[in-house]
Ligand binder design. Structure first.
Ligand SMILES: Cc1cc2nc3c(=O)[nH]c(=O)nc-3n(C[C@H](O)[C@H](O)[C@H](O)COP(=O)(O)O)c2cc1C
Length: 203
């Protein structure tokens, strides 16, 4: 009987050690955190478009992002047909005669699947809604082995290209705010540096 307290103490230590291990395991093997930390912008892609089954999952993750008052104040158009992409690029080049056509094409980084996202400018949270949708798209894509890059520059050219906007067919009142290029990565870029000093507790 006198060994009972010693046995109980040993058991307690074993349980505590195993809990500590579980906690460590959760931190090092958390797939969400791993995906967030491993994602990189990809600017070189293999030519094939992302298969539509995979895209369906990625887009579903996109629209499951939070949005202000659940307004889902976004519209999304996906182009994975090179012929359609050529039409849009040609219309964008025509609408921006001062810009070299190769620059207009280059702004899409040759991503074989392009997601165009439009926001509702009458709602002040709409850019945030679209940003959250975009991040969900990029992170879910990465977790499924699909690379991506967030692209602001096409939006500048789209603004002057009514024929391209018509082809994309956004509803009245929706304006493109960001594009996400997606595809299978043909490069493995290093992580870009981050500045942790931008974050601090207020105490
Ligand atoms: C709003 C926004 C606009 C961006 N526009 C472009 C762009 O037009 N072209 C481009 O190559 N990358 C663009 N990027 C990607 C950033 O350059 C990239 O996220 C940043 O350098 C950090 O690198 P990382 O994504 O690999 O962590 C954009 C990113 C964001 C969030």
């Amino acid at each position: 009987m006198k060994f009972l307290p010693v046995f109980a103490a040993c058991l307690g230590m074993m349980v505590a050690a195993s809990c500590a291990q579980t906690e460590k395991k959760q931190v090092t093997e958390n797939q969400v955190i791993e995906t967030i930390m491993a994602r990189r912008s990809i600017r070189k892609y293999k030519p094939e478009a992302v298969n539509r089954e995979t895209m369906a999952q990625i887009l579903d993750c996109g629209i499951n992002a939070p949005s202000g008052m659940n307004k889902q104040s976004w519209e999304v158009r996906v182009v994975d047909d090179p012929a359609v992409m050529d039409e849009i690029i040609a219309a964008m080049a025509a609408g921006n005669p001062d810009v070299a056509p190769e620059m207009v094409r280059g702004c899409f980084r040759n991503a074989p699947t392009m997601v165009f996202i439009a926001n509702d400018p009458s709602y002040d949270c709409s850019p945030i809604d679209c940003g959250l949708l975009s991040e969900n798209i990029m992170l879910s894509a990465w977790s499924l082995g699909v690379g991506s890059v967030c692209l602001g520059s096409p939006v500048r050219f789209l603004k002057n290209a009514p024929a391209a906007l018509e082809r994309l067919g956004f509803s009245e009142g929706y304006t493109p705010i960001i594009c996400i290029g997606l595809g299978y990565a043909d490069e493995s870029p290093e992580a870009k540096p981050r500045d942790p000093s931008k974050v601090r507790y207020v105490e």
